[in-house]
Design a protein around this ligand. Structure first.
Ligand code: AP5
Length: 213
C-alpha cells in the first residue's frame, strides 16, 4: 500500500490537483468529502460534523482516523492512495503512521501546496462544485463551459456552506495552528516537496506530476 499526501491550506487547490492524479490511477481519499457524504445521508456523525465544519473547526481526530482505518483495512494491499486533507493534525499523522505500518504501507511523498491567504479567500468564495461527480470549478478562474452547470453531469453547481469569507478566514487560522506543524513533522522524515500553488491550474498540476515522477 502506497500513500501520497497533499498538504496545504483550504483553497490551495488540493481537490483540483487530485482530479489529474485520479486520471493517473491514484485512489483519491478526501476526508472533507467523506464527511460531506455523511452530512448528505444525515447520519448522526454527519449532523455532528456539519456543526463543526460550518464553524470552520476540525472534526475530532478519532472520528477521522476511524473512517480512514475502515477504508484502508478493506483495500487491496497494492493500492496507491492520494490523501487530500488527511492527516491534518499531529495526532492524525502519528495514528496514520501506525496504521500504515500495520498494513505494510508507506508514505512516498508529501506534496505541500503553498498559496497566500488573500488568494485563497478569493478562490473559495468563488468555488462551485458538482454534487454528483465532485468536479470543482471557479466562477472566474475555472468556469464551467455553460452557465452554472457541471460539464460532466449537466446538473446545477452548488456552493459549500463553509465557503463564506468569515468561515474561510477561520479555517485558515485553524490550519496555521493545527496543520502547519505537519510540515516540520514530514520535513524531519525527508518527505516534503513544496509546490507554488499560486500559479495557473495547469502549471500547478504539471509541477505536482513532475514531483511524483
Ligand atoms: P475539506 O473539504 O478537506 O476542505 P479544505 O481542506 O478546507 O480544502 P478545500 O476543499 O476547501 O480546498 P482545496 O485545497 O481542495 O481547493 P480546491 O481544489 O477545491 O475539509 C472541509 C472541513 O471538513 C474542514 O474544515 C474540517 O472541518 C473537516 N475535515 C476534513 N478533513 C478533516 C480531518 N482530516 N480532520 C478533521 N476535520 C476534517 O480549489 C479551491 C478553488 O480554487 C476552486 O474553485 C478551484 O477551481 C480554484 N483553484 C484551484 N487551483 C487554482 C489555481 N491554481 N488558480 C486559480 N484557481 C484555482
Amino acid at each position: 500500500m502506497k500513500a501520497v499526501i497533499l498538504l496545504g491550506p483550504p483553497g490551495a487547490g488540493k481537490g483540483t490537483v487530485s482530479e489529474v492524479l485520479v486520471e493517473k490511477g491514484y485512489n483519491h481519499i478526501s476526508t472533507g468529502e467523506l464527511l460531506r457524504e455523511r452530512i448528505r445521508q444525515k447520519t448522526p456523525l454527519g449532523l455532528e460534523a456539519k456543526k463543526l465544519m460550518d464553524a470552520g473547526q476540525f472534526v475530532p481526530d478519532d472520528v477521522v482516523v476511524s473512517m480512514i482505518r475502515k477504508l484502508l483495512e478493506a483495500s487491496s494491499p497494492d493500492a496507491e492512495f492520494l490523501f487530500d486533507g488527511f492527516p491534518r493534525t499531529l495526532v492524525q499523522a502519528e495514528k496514520f503512521d501506525e496504521l500504515l505500518a500495520s498494513l505494510n504501507g508507506t508514505i512516498d511523498h508529501v506534496v505541500q501546496l503553498e498559496c497566500p491567504a488573500d488568494t485563497i479567500v478569493e478562490r473559495l468564495v468563488g468555488r462551485r462544485t458538482c454534487r454528483k461527480c465532485g468536479s470543482v470549478y471557479h466562477v472566474s478562474f475555472n468556469p464551467p463551459s455553460k452557465g452554472d452547470v457541471c460539464d460532466v453531469e449537466g446538473c446545477e453547481l452548488t456552493q459549500r456552506s463553509d465557503d463564506t469569507e468569515e468561515t474561510v478566514r477561520k479555517r485558515l487560522k485553524v490550519y496555521a495552528e493545527r496543520t502547519a506543524p505537519l510540515i516540520s513533522y514530514y520535513e524531519a522524515k525527508g518527505l516534503i516537496q513544496q509546490i507554488n500553488a499560486n500559479q495557473p491550474i495547469q502549471d500547478v498540476r504539471a509541477d505536482v506530476l513532475k514531483v511524483l515522477g
